[in-house]
Design a protein around this ligand. Structure first.
Ligand SMILES: [Cu+2]
Length: 209
């Protein structure tokens, strides 16, 4: 009799697939427990590669999203952003802020976005605007703005965050040095009582040193 076949078989109580799945799950859960979800996301982005934007950036507004909806900028870099409204029918704006959009409890309507960002990214930032095409209005808020060309074409307005609002097909050129405001910022379009923002017209801006 063969001693080998006689030996009791050690049947695993789980399949190999389950075992691998279990290990993987445990691994991710463990990483999240150790580093926290945001750190893991950051690490993943670094692994995948998160290119830092430089030079000329085109930001497109569509119904109702931005392309791109994620950007990384480096403090001190000179950037040229051309913001385009690609929608054939809707007005869109571009605001940047954090940590979140202001919320307020409206009787009968519940908690809704009430008024822009808690902090406007552009506060104290020097920005040069040029090539305004189809600008519906521009709110400088607390940015230090230089206008190239006739000021009338920028349709200056007051109230709310720094925000160029473009008519369908409009565009505007923003030139600035990325300020020393590292971390995660959010961008969004609050047109039509925040419906655009709530529908998905938002993005994340990661500023690194
Ligand atoms: Cu919009």
């Amino acid at each position: 009799m063969d001693q080998k076949t006689d030996a009791p078989l050690l049947e695993p109580t789980w399949s190999r697939r389950e075992f691998i799945g279990g290990l993987t799950g445990l691994g991710i859960a463990g990483l999240v427990a150790i580093f926290g979800k945001s750190a893991l996301v950051t690490a993943t982005r670094e692994l995948v590669g998160s290119p830092v934007s430089s030079g000329l950036i085109h930001l497109y507004a569509l119904d109702y999203y931005y392309v791109p909806n994620y950007m990384t900028w480096r403090v001190g870099d000179q950037l040229e952003v051309i913001f385009h409204n690609q929608s054939p029918t809707h007005w869109h704006e571009w605001t940047i802020g954090r940590p979140h959009a202001n919320m307020e409890d409206f009787p009968a309507f519940g908690v809704l976005n009430a008024d822009g960002w808690v902090h406007d990214f552009w506060t104290g930032v020097h920005v040069t605007l040029s090539d305004p095409i189809g600008v519906d209005n521009f709110v400088p808020n607390k940015a230090i703005v230089t206008y190239i060309g006739p000021k009338a074409s920028y349709q200056l307005a007051t109230g709310g965050d720094f925000s160029p609002t473009l008519k369908p097909g409009g565009s505007i050129h923003l030139s600035f040095v990325v300020p020393d405001k590292p971390g995660i910022w959010h961008y969004g379009c609050f047109v039509q009582q925040f419906i655009h923002y709530r529908t998905g017209m938002r993005g994340i801006l990661h500023i690194v040193r």
